[in-house]
Design a protein around this ligand. Structure first.
Ligand code: GDP
Ligand code: MG
Length: 382
């Protein structure tokens, strides 16, 4: 196996040179960042990549070649029990290269960031893969880098950076178990769910009503002010009937005040609103007039993570007239890119009260704490 070392200003360039010279069969044996010479003001950080083309005439030669590697003194041939160290090292390099390639797919800002903070490559790539935006990922990495512990060892640097990235992500997250309240003041807590059409407001209300009445033993009433969609009230009523809960429609402020009067002995009243396009300001205003005439009503913004980030942001902006108390994210089961939740939280600056992770009523509802939400955001399950 003929080895050759390539130097370049960044890893992508080195890999491009290797491909050009050795072809795409070349194997990457190691990558290294060469720090600037501290006394040379013109010095630039360089990257060194060692590559080779395996030259096997037959499988016997291949075996011999690998065996020769095992006996040599290079950095991969530290013989230990378990996985062949050569395979382990190659796997690590492949992971690094995959990270570099995935970063190369993003804008120049990301590539510069990866070159300036070489220890951040893997972490940056994972953040981008979860769906966190380039802007937020680079802010998080920069802030975490500035807090990092002093160390020159690459392994410790990565560990330290990971710790601070987690801390920065955690700082972006606020959660609130908003619906965990009893009727201590003698009046029910009234909560309205607002958001675009089809995000899962009615389904989430049904799940929450079950959680509150069956697990938290609260008295729950439901009101639907959705008079736009055919069958909207019937949908909520059907869930309410199964759970044995009172559910009434209200299409005017008089209806609403009558309905609230009927429910004054409840602990919690959940209001289902009509979903409207966030471009339809008139219809959004109609709901606003109806529910915000009564200032006891809290509101909760519902967003589906299956929507594009920009759509979620526009919706959050249109529904901000309700001055929501919390945000609810739905349909996390339908995407692997829950990192975009972090961007939305950075935008709305609201605590997350609920997460919906499926269509099953009442099972697919999570009342997350901060760490649980961080796991969801980073795609590490619940
Ligand atoms: N996969 C998935 N589907 C959901 C979730 N929540 C709601 N849905 C589905 O989304 C569709 C619209 O839900 P609905 O509650 O009527 O939305 P609304 O218009 O906001 O009231 C229905 O088919 C629901 O079953 C969820 O968390 N995951
Ligand atoms: Mg609905």
């Amino acid at each position: 196996m003929n080895r050759k070392v390539y130097r370049a200003r960044n890893i992508q360039q080195a890999i491009a040179n290797i491909k050009e010279e050795l072809g795409s069969d070349a194997m990457i044996l190691s990558t290294r960042k060469i720090p600037k010479k501290p006394l040379d003001p013109y010095a630039k950080t360089m990257f060194e990549v060692e590559a080779a083309i395996p030259q096997y005439s037959d499988s016997e030669t291949k075996k011999q070649d690998l065996a020769a590697h095992k006996n040599s003194n290079d950095q991969y041939i530290k013989l230990s029990k378990g996985e062949d160290p050569l395979i382990g090292a190659i796997k690590e390099d492949i992971a690094d290269i995959k990270d570099m390639i995935s970063i190369a797919g993003f804008g120049n800002g990301m590539q510069n960031m990866a070159c300036n903070h070489f220890e951040s490559v893997g972490i940056l790539a994972s953040l981008l893969r979860t769906g966190v935006s380039e802007r937020l990922a680079s802010t998080i990495i920069q802030e975490a880098s500035s807090l990092m512990d002093e160390t020159t060892d690459q392994g410790s640097k990565i560990k330290s950076l990971k710790k601070y990235v987690m801390r920065q992500c955690l700082n972006q997250i606020e959660t609130k178990d908003f619906f965990n309240r009893n009727n201590s003041s003698g009046v029910p807590h009234v909560a309205a769910f607002v958001g675009p059409t089809g995000v899962g407001k009615t389904t989430t209300i049904a799940k929450l009503a079950a959680l509150l009445s069956f697990h938290r033993k609260m008295k729950v009433g439901l009101i639907s002010i959705d008079n736009y969609r055919v069958g909207a009230f019937e949908q909520l009523k059907a869930y309410a009937s199964i759970m044995g809960l009172l559910c009434v429609p209200a299409f005017s402020s008089q209806d609403l005040s009558c309905a609230l009067d009927r429910m004054k002995s409840m602990d919690m009243v959940l209001i289902d609103t009509a979903g409207h396009s966030h471009f339809d300001k008139t219809k959004i205003d109609e709901i606003l007039q109806l529910i915000k005439t009564d200032f006891r009503i809290s509101s909760h913004l519902v967003l589906s993570v299956t929507s594009e980030s920009i759509i979620m942001k526009d919706a959050a902006s249109a529904f901000s007239v309700f001055n929501p108390d919390t945000v609810v994210f739905t349909k996390i089961d339908e995407t692997k890119r829950c990192g975009k939740i972090l961007d939305q939280l950075d935008n709305v600056k609201l605590p997350v009260s609920l997460i919906a992770n499926g269509q099953r009523v009442p099972e697919d509802l999570i009342v997350p704490d901060k760490r649980q939400l961080l796991k969801i955001v980073l795609g590490k399950g619940t």
